[in-house]
Write a protein that binds this ligand. Structure first.
Ligand code: TRP
Length: 324
């Protein structure tokens, strides 16, 4: 069975954008692959954060991902810092990674702009740690969104550089692009994100979701209820395609174009379908939240499993590098 590996930021609350863009695609993958998912707390240290809140963020990320479908019976979920080999391998990889390549990373450039007061070496080396995450487990595929493709390319390059210098140890991992469309925020203008406050939370209360949808921007050319709408340019139609079944999507498409229904009705149906999918996730999430010990157990057993694989890889690596 080939192996997939992906990283999850411990950013606390997840949005339906995170769900549609990542987790929901992974649920199908874990049936077919030996699957490892890692909560990347070490990556999260590269920007300012509150240490007293870190454990909560990790627990919430674990609970949300499990609730959304990362069944611990079918895949491995663990916390990056629980397997110290990630940092050791990062150091070795630092010695084969050209600085010029890291300076060209789009995410580094963006984050340096956003955090001018804290452009640290960890932020610069972030993709090297990511390469170590993936290669430590010799993963074949890395399910990610388009914004991570550049980092996966770098991981391939690190593998090539290491192999050519020290011998064939690492396979070159391939990105597995998620098929979902880019989920825009409720403003319809920028990508859905917590920082833009244009999001719907994955485990948000139903009333709050309905309220947010009611104010969401639709086709702006449709000014009156009797104007025909254009679903192709309506952000909510994208959400319908994600949450409503094919028959409903077709009906909505027709009724929007003919002004058969207005945006209010369209949003009501969207909320109904969305909540049909999100209700059980929210319930599982709140249930897990009440059992922090169970979450800790799942993460501990994940770390145990990963430590075994990591120890083997590191033996090969140290040996190849003349460190034994
Ligand atoms: N950088 C990824 C992101 O921002 C998270 C990540 C860390 C990751 N390590 C990884 C993704 C390894 C895939 C594989 O989303």
């Amino acid at each position: 069975m080939s192996r997939i590996f992906s990283g999850i930021q411990p950013s606390g609350e997840l949005t339906i954008g995170n769900y549609l863009g990542a987790i929901r695609n992974w649920i199908a993958l874990i049936e077919k692959y030996d699957s490892i998912f890692c909560i990347v707390d070490l990556h999260a240290l590269t920007i300012q954060y509150d240490p007293s809140r870190m454990q909560n963020r990790i627990r919430a990320a674990a609970a949300a991902n499990i609730a959304a479908g990362l069944d611990p019976e079918k895949c491995v979920l663990f916390v990056q810092s629980h397997v110290p080999e990630h940092t050791e391998l990062t150091w070795y990889f630092n010695t084969v990674t050209p600085m010029g390549d890291l300076g060209r990373m789009t995410q580094f450039k963006e984050k340096s702009r956003q955090h001018r007061e804290n452009i640290n070496v960890g932020l610069f080396g972030y993709p090297v740690l990511q390469a170590a995450d993936i290669l430590l487990y010799k993963a074949d595929h890395v399910p990610v969104g388009a914004d991570q493709v550049q980092h996966i390319e770098l991981s391939r390059e690190v593998a090539r550089k290491f192999n050519s210098r020290f011998g064939e140890i690492f396979p070159e991992p391939k990105a597995l692009l998620s098929p979902s469309p880019r989920i825009m925020g409720l403003d319809g203008k920028s990508k859905m994100s917590k920082s833009m406050n244009n999001y719907i939370g994955l485990v948000e209360e139903p009333e709050s979701i309905r309220k947010k949808l009611a104010t969401a921007v639709t086709d702006e050319n449709r000014k009156r209820r009797t104007d025909p709408g254009n679903p192709e340019i309506c952000n909510l139609f994208t959400l319908h395609k994600s949450f409503s079944d094919a028959a409903e999507v077709e009906t909505i498409d027709g009724e929007c174009r003919s002004a058969g229904i207005g945006c209010v009705e369209c949003k009501r149906r969207l909320a109904d379908n969305m909540l049909k999918e999100l209700d059980p996730i929210r319930e599982r999430y709140h249930d897990l939240e009440k059992r922090p010990d169970d979450i800790a157990d799942i993460l501990r057993s994940g770390a145990r499993h990963c430590s075994e694989i990591a120890a083997k890889t590191m033996e090969e690596v140290r040996d190849a590098m003349g460190l034994v």
